[in-house]
Write a protein that binds this ligand. Structure first.
Ligand code: SF4
Length: 439
C-alpha cells in the first residue's frame, strides 16, 4: 500500500483568476481516487483551487510515497513546481498526467518526473505504481533515458464512477457562476468534430468514446447534488442519445439543474429537444458561437454558419435557456471587429457572453509565439502576434470590449455576485499600464 497524493494546481496566480466564480471539480483525480483506493492505496487529493494552505506547507505536514499531478497547458509551471518540490521533500515516485500531457508530454520530461501518463487509462495506474512500465500511453524515464509505450484510445465505459469525497467536503466551493457546487459528470471522451483551434478533439488519440445513457443517469441519480455540469466537450451531439437521456431522467423522476456544452447547429435544429431539456432542468447551455461571420466560421472549420448561430440564440431565448455565448477574438481583428461583436451582442440581447483570445495551441499549431510564459496560454493573453494591429492596440480594443461587456452585464443584472467595479477598475489600470509599458 502506498500513500498517494493527487494534485491539481491552481488555474492562475494573476489578478484575473476565477476563484469563487467558476471552479472546476477535479473529476480526473476523483476517478483515479476510486481506482487507487480499490487497489488498496491510501489516497489524498490536493486541489489548489480550493486549498488555502500552500503546497509546501501541506507537504510539510504529511508524508507521501507517490505524487500524481494533472494540468492544462497554462498550469504547467505550477505543476512542475509542485512535482519538483515533492521530489525534493518526499523522494517518491512522480507521475504527471492530464490534458496537457496527452498533447505535450515532451514539455513535462524533467529529471524529477518519472512517468507521464498521456491517456485516459487511469486504470493502469496501480500497475504503474507497482513498477510496471508496459501499459499504453506511458512516457517514462530510466537513468535519464525516456521511453514510450504505444498510444491507445480508451473506452470510457471502462471508467469507474468518481470518488467524490473531496467534492462533498467542500460544499461552498466549485460554483459555476450563480450555480452553487456544480458536480462534474462526463459522458464522453473527445469530440467528433474537428474545429481547427480546438484541443479537445485531440484527446483520447482523437477517438470519441461515450458512456451508456443508463450508466450516466444512474451516476446522476446516485448523487443528490442539485447542480449537474455535463462537461462533455459537446453533449448535444447525437439526437437519440439526448432524447434517451431526457426520457430516462424523466422516468426516474430525477430533479436537477443542468449546465452543458452543446453546438449551435444542433440547438437550432432540435428546438423540441431543447424545450424538453429545459423542462427537466437545463439552465445554462454553453455554446461556441465563435464568430459572427461565415468566412471566419469556415476558417475555423466550425461546420456552422452565422445564420444558424442566430437561430440557436432564438431557440434558447424562446425556451428560457441561458445561453452562454462563447466567442473567439481573432488575431486578424481590427478595432471595428471588436465594435461589431459588441453591437451583435447588444442586438441579440445576449446576457451571458464569454470571449477568448484566439490561442494557437501548443502541440497542435506551428504558430510563432511571442511568449514562452505558459501561464499566458489561458485565452486571456495574446500568445501570437496580431496580424493588423500592434500588441498594444489589440489589447486596447480587447479591454475596451471587456469593460463594455461588464457594464452591459451590470445593466442586465446578471452576475450580481461579482464585484463589477473591481474588474472594471483593473481593466482600466491594465490599459493605462500597457500604454506606459509600450510608450
Ligand atoms: S465542437 Fe467544440 S469541442 Fe468539438 S472540436 Fe469543435 S470547438 Fe472543439
Amino acid at each position: 500500500m502506498s500513500r498517494v497524493l493527487l494534485v491539481r494546481p491552481e488555474e492562475s496566480r494573476s489578478q484575473y483568476d476565477f476563484q469563487g466564480v467558476i471552479e472546476n471539480e477535479c473529476l480526473e483525480l476523483e476517478w483515479i481516487m476510486t481506482i487507487l483506493k480499490e487497489a488498496g492505496h491510501d489516497v489524498t487529493i490536493f486541489d489548489k483551487q480550493v486549498e488555502r494552505k500552500s503546497f509546501a506547507a501541506f507537504l510539510a505536514s504529511q508524508g507521501f510515497d507517490v505524487f500524481y499531478g494533472e494540468c492544462r497547458c497554462f498550469q504547467e509551471p505550477f505543476l512542475l513546481e509542485y512535482a519538483k518540490l515533492f521530489r525534493e521533500r518526499c523522494h517518491g515516485l512522480v507521475i504527471a498526467g492530464g490534458i496537457h500531457a496527452q498533447i505535450n508530454s515532451g514539455r513535462l520530461q524533467k529529471d524529477y518526473i518519472d512517468v507521464i501518463l498521456c491517456g485516459f487509462n487511469y486504470y493502469d495506474l496501480p500497475a504503474v505504481i507497482a513498477g510496471d512500465r508496459h501499459p499504453a500511453n506511458l512516457v517514462w524515464q530510466e537513468e535519464g533515458i525516456w521511453h514510450t509505450t504505444a498510444k491507445e484510445a480508451v473506452d470510457i465505459r471502462k471508467m469507474p464512477w468518481p470518488d467524490r469525497t473531496y467534492f462533498y467536503a467542500h460544499p461552498d466551493r466549485y460554483p459555476y457562476l450563480d450555480m452553487k457546487h456544480a458536480m462534474w459528470v462526463r459522458s464522453a471522451f473527445s469530440c467528433p468534430y474537428r474545429c481547427r483551434f480546438c484541443l479537445r478533439n485531440h484527446m483520447n488519440s482523437g477517438v470519441y468514446s461515450r458512456r451508456d445513457v443508463k450508466d450516466l443517469v444512474d451516476e446522476i441519480a446516485e448523487n443528490d447534488n442539485e447542480t449537474v455540469y455535463l462537461v462533455d466537450d459537446d453533449f448535444l451531439f447525437d439526437e437519440n442519445y439526448v432524447r434517451q437521456f431526457i426520457q430516462t431522467v424523466r422516468d426516474k423522476g430525477i430533479r436537477r439543474k443542468y449546465i452543458c456544452y452543446g453546438r449551435a447547429d444542433f440547438t437550432a435544429a432540435h428546438e423540441d429537444l431543447i424545450r424538453e431539456f429545459q423542462k427537466i432542468g437545463l439552465v445554462y447551455l454553453l455554446c461556441g458561437l465563435e464568430d459572427i461571420s461565415d468566412s471566419r466560421l469556415d476558417s475555423y472549420n466550425k461546420r456552422n454558419t452565422a445564420a444558424v448561430n442566430e437561430q440557436c440564440i432564438a431557440v434558447c431565448q424562446k425556451h428560457g435557456v441561458r445561453l452562454m455565448a462563447m466567442f473567439i477574438l481573432g488575431l486578424d481583428w481590427r478595432g471595428r471587429d471588436f465594435r461589431q461583436l459588441y453591437r451583435y451582442i447588444v442586438k441579440h440581447d445576449l446576457k451571458h457572453v464569454a470571449v477568448s483570445i484566439y490561442t494557437p495551441e501548443i502541440g497542435i499549431s506551428d504558430a510563432e509565439y511571442i511568449t514562452d510564459d505558459m501561464t499566458h496560454f489561458d485565452y486571456l493573453h495574446l500568445v501570437a502576434k496580431p496580424v493588423h494591429l500592434s500588441v498594444r492596440q489589440w489589447y486596447f480594443h480587447y479591454y475596451v470590449l471587456l469593460i463594455r461587456l461588464f457594464l452591459k452585464a451590470q445593466r442586465d443584472g446578471v452576475y450580481d455576485f461579482l464585484d463589477y467595479g473591481s474588474y472594471i477598475r483593473s481593466f482600466l489600470r491594465t490599459i493605462l499600464h500597457r500604454g506606459e509599458e509600450d510608450a
